[in-house]
Ligand binder design. Sequence first.
Ligand SMILES: C[S@@+](CC[C@H](N)C(=O)[O-])C[C@H]1O[C@@H](n2cnc3c(N)ncnc32)[C@H](O)[C@@H]1O
Length: 245
Amino acid sequence: MSEKFVYDENLASTYEKYTRLLGKVAEADETAAFLERLSKGGVALELGIGNGRVAVPLSERGVKVEGIDNSDSMLKLLAERTDLIKGWKGDIARFRAEKPYDLVYCVYSTFTLLSTREEQIACLRSAAEALQENGLVVLEVRVPPLDGLIGGQKTTTTFVDHENTFVNAVIHDPVNQNLTSTILWFSGTSVRRLPQRVRYVYHQELDTMAECVGLQLAERWGDWASGAFTNESKSHISVYRRTGL
Ligand SMILES: C[S@@+](CC[C@H](N)C(=O)[O-])C[C@H]1O[C@@H](n2cnc3c(N)ncnc32)[C@H](O)[C@@H]1O
């Protein structure tokens, strides 16, 4: 099993501000509306629930939401925010649900934080097994950001305002489809360092992995407003149903 980058206190304490600056908090209600449509009033399970950025607005729409996360610090943020959502500690690469769910979802490319193919397939298998008969799996996955690499590296500025600058330094490992990055967050006179590793995956490989565990693509969109997935899309939202394998 690969070394894990667990969200520690440093990452958790800045998560809300970080996601707010990137527009991900503002986006969460649209994400929740999309997921509410697919949950059909049932029970949903979020993989990598974090601080409840999406789970809280989904729960406010009347969907019963539960979630798994492997970070004590992130689960603490969730618990401080609401007692309506049951969150428990576990690894989304291998989990066993105690009951069937109408919807299992994993957003913000959390799926790619599983940095090996084996872990990603195991996650899809666990998700498929956690579904009730007509249940759905929804994944929001980033299109591999491989443009602009020089010598297997790139450094980009991903956000700037009057107080904050995010600089992302990435190293590409093509053999393992890994991108190991360090986000340097300059704010005033301080610099924070946020490390991360992902295993990028194209949508067609994702479909093949899903098919291996009895899931079939039902819908694919380019954004939460159900815009088309095109060559210009930066991510996709893929909806899978069980095939009964
Ligand atoms: C990018 S954040 C997304 C959080 C939340 N879903 C959101 O959309 O804001 C990824 C979350 O997944 C959790 N995570 C990462 N790898 C995990 C794993 N193997 N098992 C369980 N949780 C994991 C992290 O602790 C973090 O809370």
